[in-house]
Design a protein around this ligand. Structure first.
Ligand code: ACM
Length: 499
């Protein structure tokens, strides 16, 4: 019997050989509103049916019921009914996503197979990141990305809101950031920014899909755009052989003070970390961001600050982490900020390789020694912007060459960094950097199916994870993804179901 196309793999599934639950126009879907809406949407998209009866003989019910871990749920499907229970609304929403994946063609009609299923997440933080700085992505694209991620039980949308190429969110305290420094993008493509109302809309839309927005302003490096708006805060670009190589390989100008940067190099910009005016800026932008962001985390970047003196970098990350903690938020920083004095609530985000190199694991361990936890984003497994293979039209290859779907899948979070065990891991996040990514179609092609591999690393129990099983289960999701208009990469490694 083929495996049920469930991704991420649930904690336990029993599928008796029993009569399935038929779905047709008289099926009733009722109970908690979010889950009901989520399943009704998948039914409509997948089957073309819009069941909306108030009474019928076959009912799907979503009901809150105490007991079980946060975000967990249980489902029982038999011929007469589907019952989903959960201790919270997120759990019911995930039950709806699971049921959506189970909808199957049955002759001329549709059904959900008989199952008993219990499920709960392995990690509390299950993220995706969208870089809206290298290329700006409009509101509708962000919402589409949220829908795609939430359907895989991911619950964090990390937005990389600033980089050398542009600043992407409007702030009343520092209006020139978007007035002056938002119009560019990589390759000279059009930029853009979110108004405060747009940002509020993203936060609300994500919340309606049980996703928390984690906003990032990256500093002290990755700040050329800040220097366009407020030249007094930025050092002049530091040109290294790396920058010159990138310019000659990929084209584009060398970074120049006061001129929008449209290339792909990193590590040339820095805020003036010795000036008090810089800390006034940090307090303004994170203070305003804190007020706009209901979630608990603010990310301040801290990666690749190659143009900042080492000692100054230490002073900077210490002060910024404390400014954020004093705002009542939990700071997050990329792993480079570890091993510095830093507010001890700061969560580290590891972006080294699955087999750590260059002491990056030491920097990640420092967050744990401080008493905080770590988010794992091993670049050669879960960086969604890497090419799948050498023939790919878009994507990069610096993370150990192309990342096949199998490599994206075949890693174990608790085995990446010695001394960082299950309880030290807050979760897993799959970043999508957008140097080569312009459209939703580009996002789909790079993210799918590898985002599903990351979701399974974040959600499913370690002992059930298996490449052969995953390969078969994602193959079975092709009809759902097609119906949802997701332009996934049809890897020849996968037997994609036609049905
Ligand atoms: C990163 O990839 N620089 C976090």
């Amino acid at each position: 019997m083929p495996l049920l196309p469930l991704v991420p793999l649930p904690a336990s599934v029993e599928a008796p050989d029993a009569v399935p639950f038929r779905i047709d126009a008289s099926t009733v879907i009722e109970g908690e509103a979010d889950a009901t809406a989520a399943l009704s949407a998948v039914v409509a998209t997948r089957t073309g049916l819009t069941p909306n009866p108030t009474a019928g003989d076959r009912t799907v019910v979503f009901r809150l019921a105490p007991g079980g871990a946060a975000e967990s749920y249980r489902i029982t499907v038999d011929e007469a009914s589907v019952t989903a229970t959960a201790p919270d609304r997120a759990g019911l929403f995930y039950a709806a996503q699971t049921l959506g994946q189970l909808i199957t063609r049955d002759g001329d009609g549709w059904m959900i197979p008989a199952v008993t299923l219990e499920d709960a997440p392995r990690f509390a933080y299950r993220g995706v990141m969208l870089d809206v700085a290298r290329h700006f992505h409009p509101l509708e694209t962000v919402k589409a990305f949220v829908d795609r991620a939430a359907a895989l039980k991911l619950n964090v949308l990390h937005l990389h809101l600033s980089d050398d190429q542009g600043w992407r969110v409007q702030l009343a305290s520092r209006p020139r950031l978007t007035e002056v420094a938002s119009s560019g993008a990589v390759g000279g493509d059009p930029g853009g920014f979110y108004t405060k109302a747009d940002y509020a809309e993203i936060v609300a839309y994500a919340a309606s899909r049980h996703m928390t927005v984690v906003p990032e302003f990256d500093m002290p490096g990755h700040t050329h755009a800040v220097g366009l708006a407020y030249p007094e805060l930025a050092e002049d670009p530091v040109l290294s052989t790396h920058i010159e190589e990138i310019a000659s390989t990929y084209g584009g100008e060398l970074p120049t003070p006061g001129v929008a940067y449209t290339g792909m190099a990193v590590g040339f910009s820095s805020l003036k970390t010795r000036d008090e005016a810089t800390y006034d800026f940090v307090a303004d932008v994170f203070g305003e961001l804190a007020g706009m962001t209901p979630g608990p985390y603010l990310h301040f970047g801290g990666d690749e600050s190659l143009a900042t003196e080492d000692e100054d970098f230490g002073v900077f990350v210490d002060r910024v982490s404390r400014i954020i903690a004093d705002l009542g938020k939990t700071p997050i920083a990329w792993h480079e900020a570890g091993s510095r004095t830093i507010d001890d609530s700061t969560v580290g985000q590891y972006w080294g390789f699955v087999v750590p190199t260059g002491g990056m694991d030491d920097k990640a361990r420092a967050f744990v020694r401080n008493g905080a936890r770590v988010i794992l984003s091993p670049a050669d497994a879960v960086y969604l912007d890497m090419k799948y293979d050498d023939d790919a039209q878009i994507g990069l290859t610096w993370a150990n060459g192309p990342t096949s779907i199998e490599r994206a899948y075949a890693w174990e979070p608790s085995a990446v960094i010695d001394g960082i065990d299950e309880s030290d891991i807050l979760g897993v996040e799959a970043p999508l950097w957008t140097e080569t990514v312009r459209t939703l179609a580009d996002i789909d092609l790079l993210a799918f199916p590898r985002i599903a591999a990351a979701a399974e690393a974040a959600w499913s129990p370690a002992d059930g994870r298996d490449w052969a099983s995953f390969r078969e289960r994602i193959g079975g999701l092709a009809p759902l993804w097609e119906a949802q208009g997701i332009g996934f990469w049809r890897s020849p490694q996968i037997d994609w179901s036609a049905g």
